[in-house]
Design a protein around this ligand. Structure first.
Ligand SMILES: C[S@@+](CC[C@H](N)C(=O)[O-])C[C@H]1O[C@@H](n2cnc3c(N)ncnc32)[C@H](O)[C@@H]1O
Length: 412
């Protein structure tokens, strides 16, 4: 950071940045100021001053937008989780639509983007990661490694929410700040698994916490990538799409189950032909759903826990037409053929080898699901011989700066 001072500046917000932060102007440079709304006149302190842009911290709203509302969460503005609680959800969706369209314009797509909102604005998340340190348990402060202690997070489902204070008290009461690094809570239906990730190997007695939380919870502990079950529930179970599902505490799952199902329904409706490849397939739910509808389905997933869960799902549901390959898409994908290819990579996007393989192969359709429109667009620029037929925005992460997008590609 450079040129930091406590001087106050003023600007009018005229646009939005990638994360939904307002964009104003300072000495001829754009200045990104979170928690502001277009057309507002705001006062701010400078937090970063680079050659091409600056960043500011809102200190006062001098002329308020009529769209401004009181945030429901007391930590809003400090905690780095949410970006849009100062405006109605409908406004947030309009901004996200503008941001995605702006990205897609870079690949000459100027068609409509279908917006699929989250049925729930709050209490939709089935997963929460809390950070421990500095005698605090909480979420990260925006653009910082500091911890913002919390007693609740309005985005998470009820069982997760109810466990936050007992867990914080347990860590405080037993002075465990030095030993625990992070903890992850995951809820399905009325059950919740908690995994404590340790910095050092330590025998921790979780009995008191478990007695307080009760039979709907399960406690796990991870040290150096080894996870062991300690007390209570050892898995989460659920039935969805006529499939029996089991969830472990650490494997990847979409965080907003209702939007996930809308996303998967869309993928099903866009899948054509008989043979389908589901690359970056996670814990295999989408592969399982596809296998109920299509002749031959191949899932490719690198993660150990995810692959294991996908295999359990296949066996439990007797999906003999589904093959789950454990491996790196960069190595496996060049060897596979199919009618429809589905890719759903992590935020970093597709590997170069995967883009090359897609360009060289003759998939009738490619469905690209992405949680990062910047890497989506970078990859689309690398894919040769395909055009975008349709684009969607699925608001998997309501009230935060993130969203999921899906583009349907066919051969030119
Ligand atoms: C965004 S998640 C998608 C999961 C799945 N499609 C779903 O809907 O739950 C990305 C997945 O890609 C996996 N992954 C990351 N890098 C990979 C790679 N190089 N090859 C295969 N899988 C990878 C991760 O473990 C994660 O499960």
């Amino acid at each position: 950071m450079s040129n930091i001072d406590k001087e106050k500046y003023k600007t009018k917000i005229f646009d939005y940045g990638y994360d939904g932060e307002g964009v104003g102007e300072l000495n001829g440079k754009v200045c990104f100021i979170p928690y502001t709304i277009k057309d507002e006149e705001v006062e701010f302190e400078l937090t970063k001053d680079n050659k091409s842009f600056a960043q500011g911290k809102l200190t006062d709203v001098l002329e308020k937008s009529e769209k401004r509302i009181e945030p429901k969460c007391p930590y809003f503005g400090v905690c780095g989780g949410c970006s849009y609680q100062h405006m109605p959800y409908s406004e947030e969706l309009k901004i996200k639509e503008i941001l995605l369209k702006r990205q897609l314009k870079k690949v000459d797509f100027e068609g409509d983007v279908d917006i699929i909102s989250s049925p729930e604005e709050l209490r939709y998340r089935n997963k929460l990661k809390l950070f421990v340190g500095d005698s605090k348990v909480g979420l990260k402060v925006r653009s910082s490694n500091k911890i913002c202690p919390i007693e609740d997070c309005l985005l998470v489902q009820d069982k997760i929410s109810k466990a936050i204070v007992p867990i914080s008290n347990f860590i405080k009461g037993n002075n465990l700040y030095k030993f625990i690094d992070t903890l992850t809570l995951r809820q399905e239906e009325d059950n919740c698994l908690i995994n404590f990730s340790l910095k050092v190997d330590k025998d921790i007695n979780y009995q008191g916490l478990y007695l307080l939380l009760g039979k709907d919870y399960g406690i796990f502990q991870t040290f150096r990538s080894k996870t062991k079950h300690i007390l209570g529930l050892d898995k989460l179970v659920k039935e969805e799409y006529f499939l029996n599902l089991k969830f472990s505490p650490l494997s990847f799952h979409q965080v907003n189950s209702k939007v996930q199902n809308l996303l998967y329904d869309c993928v099903l409706s866009k899948t054509i032909g008989d043979s389908v490849i589901n690359a970056y397939s996670g814990s295999g739910l989408l592969s399982g759903i596809l296998a109920k509808r299509f002749g031959r389905v191949t899932g490719v997933e690198l993660g150990e826990a995810e692959h294991h869960e996908a295999q359990e799902l296949k066996e439990e549901n007797e999906l003999f037409n589904l093959i789950n390959i454990k491996g790196d898409c960069a190595k496996i994908l060049p060897r596979l053929e199919g009618d429809t290819l589905i890719v759903d990579p992590p935020r970093g996007g597709l590997q170069k080898e995967v883009c090359q393989a897609i360009s060289q192969k003759n998939f009738k359709r490619v469905v690209y699901i992405s949680c990062n429109s910047a890497t989506l667009v970078r990859d689309l620029q690398l894919l040769q011989g395909y055009k975008i037929d349709k684009a969607y925005l699925f608001d998997m992460f309501a009230r935060t700066g993130e969203y999921e997008c899906l583009v349907v590609l066919s051969r030119k």
